[in-house]
Design a protein around this ligand. Structure first.
Ligand SMILES: Cc1cc2nc3c(=O)[nH]c(=O)nc-3n(C[C@H](O)[C@H](O)[C@H](O)COP(=O)(O)OP(=O)(O)OC[C@H]3O[C@@H](n4cnc5c(N)ncnc54)[C@H](O)[C@@H]3O)c2cc1C
Length: 446
């Protein structure tokens, strides 16, 4: 027998878990469908930071209640329990291959303060998502784990969600099935999107890793001929770090990149006593965002409609907003795009019209423009400490503001780096990513 719901949420990441919990708490007849059997098991790489805590981000000014560990979203008007706990981040460290560190924020100073200035948190994402799903189930949501959504069909008064087990009928669907969203594809959203390449990640979780600050997000930037962005984020509930090797070139073996960092790089001594306690990975299509994530009673939420990452916090907000908007439409009997306008307006205002996705993805192309030697030289000019900042869209502007002071010297000492800096700052995104686009198209069309 097919079942009928007010809303079916697809995907139990931060966006879907939050949407399901909110829909259930609003009294909707709701279902959550997740293909993983073990919802809290995070095999897909994530540095698990909650960004950002010291400025507005996606229209929100997040705070943490240190007495009860609840994360609050005062602009949107809700808070959540951070199941699994959290750890403060006070600094962002960018390392050149030779070990030079550009420092944003003073972790040593903040650790001694009674009221430290945190720039972000790290959390246990598996525990958070699992906890939100349990809250959703307690609010009456039917949770179908281990169930894969294979297709979606528009019907006269709603949508049919076809899974590998059953068909669920709903008035609305909230598709929170992540960056490679099958639903976005099936409903036809991807036809007008620009493909910028593939985002490839090989990740390892370590205990016993020394050297990196336990209250900082650290990054090592390698250039040609072995380009990679290495991200190192501390674990929330124990000593240890997630380390991710990120690349945009499918021909590069990132497992080998990770091994090289561990055994041959300037940082190899820090890995001497490190023990591997987990592995994770990701292969993601990098698409331009979807400006209007609604079609035929389907709302997209979270990574499903952004480029690569709408961030854990942004996805929590998107899930919360999408579920409230669906509730509003049902109460009004306005089952239409107009009915869910509050969500669509929020999405445009907080994401599309405020943040340029290109400023974010550009962070990863520098490795393909400069050599590792260029990066050593370039980052070596940034010696003074900067204020703490961990906003993927604007942190590089802080370094950019220093360029007028350092470019004349660079032009004399290393003229070959000037066109690279200009290209990074000024070339259109499709020109910067031309090779990555070609490589991705070859794989996806094969
Ligand atoms: C290397 C890396 C590091 C990152 N670091 C950070 C960070 O530090 N901080 C931060 O905020 N963000 C970070 N992100 C981004 C963050 O992980 C995402 O923005 C966030 O998880 C997106 O949440 P979501 O709910 O939209 O999708 P996901 O978390 O991707 O969840 C989607 C869910 O849908 C399920 N699903 C997919 N297809 C189907 C289907 N057909 N049927 C049923 N279920 C399905 C999946 O199994 C999954 O559980 C990082 C991402 C990467 C790749």
């Amino acid at each position: 027998m097919t079942k009928k719901y007010d809303v079916v949420v697809v995907g139990a990441g931060p966006a879907g878990a939050m949407a399901a919990k909110t829909a259930g708490e609003n009294g909707l007849k709701a279902a959550l469908v997740e293909r993983k059997k073990d919802i809290g098991n995070m095999g897909r790489s994530c540095c698990m930071m909650l960004l950002v805590m010291n400025e507005y981000y996606f229209g929100e000014r997040m705070g943490i209640n240190t007495r009860d560990g609840r994360l609050n979203f005062p602009v949107n008007g809700f808070n959540i329990k951070l199941h699994g706990g959290y750890k403060d981040l006070y600094a962002y460290h960018i390392y050149a291959p030779n070990g030079h560190r550009v420092t944003l924020g003073d972790a040593d100073h903040e650790r001694k303060q009674e009221n430290p200035h945190r720039i972000a948190l790290v959390h246990d994402k598996g525990a958070l998502v699992q906890g939100l799903v349990e809250e959703a189930a307690r609010a009456g949501v039917d949770v179908f784990d281990g169930t894969n959504v294979t297709n979606i069909k528009k019907k006269k008064n709603g949508v049919s969600v076809i899974t590998d087990k059953d068909t669920l009928n709903a008035t609305f669907v909230i598709a929170a099935d992540g960056v490679n969203s099958r639903i976005a594809d099936n409903v036809g959203f991807n036809k007008d999107r620009e493909l910028l390449g593939l985002f490839l990640v090989y990740g390892t979780t370590f205990s016993g890793l020394k050297g990196f600050d336990p209250n900082a997000f650290s990054q090592i930037l390698y250039g040609m001929p072995d380009p990679a962005f290495i991200g190192i984020s501390p674990l929330a509930g124990q000593d240890g770090f997630h380390v991710v090797a990120i690349g945009l070139d499918p021909a590069i073996n990132l497992e080998k990149t990770m091994k090289r960092v561990m055994t041959e790089s300037t940082f190899a001594p820090w890995f001497k006593d490190a023990r591997v306690i987990g592995h994770h990975a990701a292969v993601e299509k990098l698409y331009s965002p979807i400006y209007e994530p609604y079609k035929d009673n389907v709302l997209l939420a979270g990574d499903a409609c952004w480029t690569q990452e709408a961030e854990n916090t942004g996805c929590l907000m998107a899930g919360w907003r999408a579920a409230h908007s669906v509730t509003e439409a049902l109460l009004e009997g306005n089952i239409s795009k107009e009915g869910v306008k509050s969500y669509l307006d929020w999405w445009k205002r907080s994401y599309c019209d405020t943040y340029n996705y290109a400023s974010y993805v550009k962070n990863f192309i520098l490795s393909y423009i400069m050599t590792s030697d260029d990066i050593d030289y370039f980052l070596g000019h940034f010696k003074k400490p900067f204020p703490g900042k961990l906003n993927a869209y604007t942190t590089f502007d802080v370094l950019g503001a220093e360029l007028p002071n350092v470019l004349p010297k660079m032009a004399v000492e290393r003229p070959t780096i000037i066109p690279k800096i200009l290209a990074f700052n000024m070339a259109p995104i499709n020109v910067l990513f031309a090779d990555q686009i070609k490589a991705a198209q070859a794989i996806l069309n094969a």
